[in-house]
Design a protein around this ligand. Structure first.
Ligand code: TYD
Length: 224
């Protein structure tokens, strides 16, 4: 998409469990701050007090019995508040927004894997996001076995697995493919990053993509 002059940039991070999104968001935020940009890091589901309350319900698995369409609808409800209250106003003020997951997660988890029809996913996505679509989506890709092992190590022994981490390994393989399909369909917006590499190497790759696609693109930022 072509961003309006003066508008900030919206970058989303997607991928399976344990791909290292939060680490990479932190490292990218440091880099962009050092470039003199105003950065807001956020996450989905969540990002606002109301959406965080919906997050608790979604990750508890209480909505799961209602089926993937109900889950997709609740993810979209949380997204409406997130976009209206945080993302759109921040971008309008020239801030950069880094979001740990966004609409592609609904497309992959509830659509490709959950079986929700594409037209319903499209409708929910349009309704929730409006014109607030990502300028860049980084898909952190790695084999699900590696990601789940990382997520388990991070979680430690006392916390329970969440609703989605608890799915069978086939689910996670299909999820990986769903994200790769999203990237293949929309290469202008998406970039697949090899997340098996060490975090600093992944961070360097991401910085190169940001430099090439956003910071140095036609002097967009320099001109702001
Ligand atoms: P989280 O603990 O943030 O997981 P991760 O570290 O993998 O991002 O939990 C978010 C979970 O919600 C994750 O399993 C993906 C899922 N999810 C959906 O199923 N649909 C959605 O639209 C979004 C935003 C997340």
């Amino acid at each position: 998409m072509t961003a309006a002059p003066g508008r900030g940039r919206f970058i989303t991070f997607e991928g399976g469990e344990g791909a290292g999104k939060s680490t990479q968001i932190r490292l990218l935020a440091d880099y962009l701050n050092a470039c003199g940009l105003k950065v807001t890091a956020t996450r989905e589901p969540g990002g606002t007090p109301r959406a965080e309350r919906l997050r608790e319900i979604l990750l508890s698995g209480k909505i799961a019995p209602l089926g993937p369409l109900a889950e997709a609808t609740l993810f979209a409800a949380a997204r409406i508040d997130h976009v209206d209250q945080l993302i759109a106003p921040t971008l309008a003020q020239g801030g950069w927004v880094l979001s740990d997951r966004f609409a592609d997660s609904t497309r992959a988890y509830q659509g490709a894997r959950g079986g929700v029809a594409q037209r319903d996913i499209d409708l929910l996505e349009r309704a929730a996001t409006g014109a607030t679509t990502p300028d860049l989506t980084l898909i952190l890709d790695l084999p699900p076995e590696t990601g789940l092992a990382r997520a388990a190590a991070r979680r430690g022994v006392h916390e329970d697995v969440d609703r989605f981490e608890a799915e069978e390994i086939d689910f996670h393989h299909a999820l990986r493919q769903a994200f790769l399909d999203i990237a293949a369909r929309d290469p202008a917006r998406c970039c697949v990053i090899d997340a098996t590499l060490p975090p600093q190497t992944v961070a360097q790759t991401i910085r190169s993509v940001i430099d090439a696609r956003l910071l140095n693109a036609a002097g967009q930022v320099a001109a702001q």
